[in-house]
Design a protein around this ligand. Structure first.
Ligand code: ZN
Length: 392
């Protein structure tokens, strides 16, 4: 979450001990996780979208650094208990998990407001990034407001590393996809109860924010234009809402679940058949691009890119030839066939599914975002007329 986005970094950053960070992935449940925050890193990294990014040292004073550390600490004390996650300032000779850069981030992906990211969760095993320079651009982020924005962004990005995912809750909380500038500046929004459970459960710095893969052969999703935002092209709200609302119908063996594979190969469930019958629900796609949709039966996952599933598109959009409103995904599982049907349920102009050979322009859009299941009416739940910030 973040306006922009938080990108994860990769390293080559001075002093960045990649091996040390990676060693944390999948580690057995520790009694305490120590998370170090680097304010002096300067170097080139790769973010969660695989883009090269450059981070620069901040000029924050010792007092201001301590304030930020204390605030991130308070967020996690509240979420998982005092001291369970210990936030410290990095010793440059050691590894670190969060980099606060003095500069601004790369362009937001997909394009949205603000135009550059404020943070990124970082690749699995690599540091999360906070682009504090972005806040200096906004004249009203001064004093504690500036520091709170850094702290809340860092806490959010670290939340991804602990398994937290975005939500569209209203009122907003710390993992909300969209938060307001006031919320950034006040630093008062908290993790919700679900996030707390997730963090407590995992208590490992992992992987990650689910990211769809971008590959021909995956389900290619094209998100339509916003319908509910302002028609004024300079209104930031207009470019925040890129969602494709669909209904999902799933037929398959009892206990089967459908979802997608993250780039790290984890199955992220979206729905399952818990009783005889079919799963039918609404869900929203929040990204443009390809996704490796999958079905899990028992402990076995069958996915499109793995070749155990196929996609058939039908129901072309009258407004946009080449964009289809129905995608039928068939998986031949060892327990029998299963079929997932996704139908565009909203009158989106151009949203839908497209054939799986992305053009270069499409590829660029594909990389960001996530998929989330839930009440499809996320747009309507969003506040309007507020300078909203999309966090990555
Ligand atoms: Zn995020």
């Amino acid at each position: 979450m973040c306006p922009g986005v938080l990108d994860r970094a990769r390293h080559a950053v001075r002093g960045l001990a990649v091996a040390g960070a990676i060693a944390l992935v999948g580690a057995p449940l520790p009694a305490q996780i120590v998370v170090s925050v680097c304010f002096d890193c300067d170097g080139d990294l790769t973010d969660s979208y695989g883009r090269p990014v450059h981070v620069t040292a901040t000029t924050l004073s010792a007092t201001r650094r301590a304030y930020i550390i204390e605030h991130i600490q308070a967020n996690y004390d509240d979420a998982v208990g005092a001291g369970v996650v210990k936030i410290v300032e990095a010793d440059l000779s050691a590894s670190y998990e969060i980099i606060v850069s003095g500069g601004v981030g790369p362009p937001a992906t997909p394009p949205r407001f603000p135009k550059t990211e404020i943070g990124n969760a970082g690749a699995p095993g690599l540091p999360a990034l906070v682009y504090s320079g972005q806040f200096s651009f906004w004249a009203n982020f001064f004093g504690d407001k500036f520091l709170n924005a850094i702290a809340i962004t860092a806490a959010h990005e670290l939340g991804h590393k602990l398994g937290g995912e975005h939500n569209t809750n209203s009122p907003h909380d710390k993992m909300s996809e969209t938060i307001t500038n006031d919320e950034l500046q006040s630093g008062t929004i908290r993790f919700n109860e679900d996030d707390k459970l997730t963090f407590t459960d995992l208590l490992t710095l992992s992987s990650a924010e689910p990211q769809p893969v971008d590959d021909p052969g995956s389900l290619q999703v094209r998100v339509g234009s916003s319908e509910t935002g302002s028609s004024d092209p300079t209104d930031p709200i207009r470019v925040v809402d890129y969602t494709l609302d669909v209904t999902a119908s799933f037929i398959g063996p009892l206990g089967a679940a459908f979802g997608f594979l993250t780039t790290s190969g984890e199955f992220a469930p979206l729905g399952s058949i818990s009783q005889v019958g079919t799963f039918v629900d609404a869900m929203s796609f929040y990204f443009d691009g390809g996704i490796d949709m999958a079905v899990r039966v028992g402990g076995t996952v069958f996915d499109l890119l793995g070749g155990s599933g196929t996609v058939a598109l039908s129901d072309p959009s009258p407004l946009t030839p080449g964009v289809f409103r129905t995608a039928t995904l068939s998986f031949a599982t060892t327990a029998g066939p299963s079929e997932l049907t996704l139908r565009v349920s909203d009158a989106t102009d151009t949203g839908g599914f497209v054939a799986a050979v992305p053009e270069p322009a499409t590829v660029a859009l594909v990389l960001g975002g996530l998929l989330l299941l839930g009440p499809a009416r996320v747009r309507r739940a969003r506040r309007r007329g507020v300078a909203a910030t999309t966090v990555a």
